[in-house]
Design a protein. Sequence first.
Length: 228
Amino acid sequence: MNRPAHSTRLAVTLRDFYDRMSAHYGPTHWWPGDTDFEIAIGAILTQNTAWTNVEKAIANLKAAGLLSPRGILDAPDETLEAALRPSGYFRQKAKRVRLFCEHLMTHYGGSLKRMAARPLPELRDELLALHGIGPETADDILLYACDKPVFVVDAYTRRILSRHGLVEPNIGYEPLRALLETHVTSDLHVYREYHGLIVWTGKDFCRTRPRCAGCPLAQTLRGGQPTC
């Protein structure tokens, strides 16, 4: 069955956005991390904070020899909380990373690769059932730590696409994820890079008060004006 014309246009537009951002930034190599486990912990810690703060917390865990499931579980509360302090909400996040590590140890012997061998739908439901892991965090872990082709949606995604008139500003997480996965070719590298490019473009240009000058997506014009 052929795609409706509007669906085809959306797919073309989304590919054009990807190409424009990619030409502007080059490879993002997002998500940063030395191991799959580090990436998963970073995904939990990045909730409600800037990535620079997560980097400080990860560095603290490494320096203290805690960046492993057993290291996090064996650490005293005060030690773990002190290491995570730069990421904000450090007591709450200490409980969340412990819960994730307990789950990993109990069900997979501490092996993230063993966890990643589960089918995508079942693993996604499993992660979402853990306290403190919402859709964005679960999808970060799935895409970057478990090599699963899911499109990660964040506030930048919704903001960029709504400012260009492609979605409603209040579209929910799951409808937006489904829309993107329908119209962007399911490819692990593309999904990873697309999310990284959105993060960089959102951070640099598509802020609460947009800075359209120089934005790779502001080249798409309507009557001589940037679409956003």
